[in-house]
Ligand binder design. Structure first.
Ligand SMILES: Cc1cc2nc3c(=O)[nH]c(=O)nc-3n(C[C@H](O)[C@H](O)[C@H](O)COP(=O)(O)OP(=O)(O)OC[C@H]3O[C@@H](n4cnc5c(N)ncnc54)[C@H](O)[C@@H]3O)c2cc1C
Ligand code: FES
Length: 272
């Protein structure tokens, strides 16, 4: 099936001043998306912005695709102006998806990272320990649904307006420290700003190298800037440890987030 299709805007609901939920109805048959995959969406009906923007699949139902998005700049502002009946071009589903968790798992979401993780939590209901952090209460979206599909949830905001005041990675660290050493290892899935993912790596570095630790697998969805979304422009590369070094001096290679990602094993990424 072609990944290039046109879709009709069903509605484009404002959740608050920052966030919207866009519901599209594809005008042709499409492949079924998996949690973690994304689409490149045309954001307006002019050449400005020219490039499509990447958005994680938030929900897929028969003949309907939903995207949860935060208004940031030109593209997302233009997307927010789409009205019912407007037709846009889309490409997807693109990239890889989250590996299927075997039992319970941890979902770590920073801000709009929840858009990528909620489909996984919805699919494996009541199996996620959710750690969800944002700057303030109004930047926590889809909280009710996220809590409802979780086994347990831990919420933080930078300003303390909802949940505990502080960083979500601090809550995660406390959780790890409270687990008995005999606890069955939990795979961890994370999506959010790069500083959060970098801090996550710092916290769990020793744990993922220790076979007796409470987590052994950790997957992160990288939100790099993208131009083409289909592996052609090399605009989205990240440095990844090379399994087979090209020569003894180069222990890393570039991988494309849009093609080989967006989901990577955290220990493969070079966090500089
Ligand atoms: C695989 C993937 C999935 C994504 N899924 C979602 C999603 O489900 N919902 C959602 O709201 N956003 C998502 N994003 C981010 C979204 O693509 C960007 O917010 C969007 O492209 C911004 O376009 P713009 O024209 O509005 O902003 P621009 O004018 O391009 O930029 C405005 C501001 O946003 C920042 N910015 C732009 N792109 C990114 C990015 N990729 N990561 C971090 N900061 C960025 C810029 O630094 C700038 O400060 C995803 C990104 C990727 C790569
Ligand atoms: S966005 Fe062009 S190669 Fe990834």
């Amino acid at each position: 099936m072609s990944k290039y299709f046109k879709a009709k805007t069903v509605d484009n609901i404002s959740l608050n001043k920052h966030f919207r939920l866009l519901n599209l109805s594809p005008l042709s048959d499409i492949d079924i998306p998996q949690p973690g995959q994304f689409y490149m969406l045309q954001t307006g009906d002019t050449c400005d912005p020219l490039l499509k923007r990447p958005f994680s699949i938030f929900r897929h139902e028969e003949n309907s695709l939903s995207f949860l998005y935060r208004i940031r700049g030109k593209g997302t502002l233009s997307l927010s102006r789409l009205k019912s009946g407007d037709i846009i071009n889309a490409i997807g589903p693109l990239g890889n998806s989250y590996p299927v968790p075997d039992g319970d798992f941890i979902a770590l979401a920073g801000g709009i990272g929840i858009a990528s993780l909620l489909p996984l939590m919805r699919k494996f209901k009541e199996r996620a320990y959710l750690f969800y952090g944002a700057r303030s209460k109004e930047e926590l979206v889809m909280m009710d649904e996220a809590k409802a599909v979780s086994k347990e949830s831990f919420i933080t905001t930078d300003d303390g307006s909802e949940g505990k005041k502080g960083l979500i990675t601090d809550s995660l660290m406390k959780f790890f420290n409270s687990l008995p050493i005999t606890h069955h290892p939990l795979p961890l899935y994370a999506c959010g700003p790069t500083p959060m993912l970098r801090e996550l790596y710092r916290i769990i570095k020793s744990k993922i190298q220790n076979p007796k630790s409470q987590i052994i697998e950790c997957y992160v969805s990288m939100e790099e800037y993208m131009a083409c979304g289909v592996g052609v422009c090399l605009g989205c590369v990240v440095k990844v440890r090379s399994q087979e070094p090209v020569d003894s001096s180069q222990k890393w290679i570039y991988k494309r987030v849009c093609k080989e990602g967006p989901v990577f094993d955290i220990k493969d990424i070079i966090w500089e």
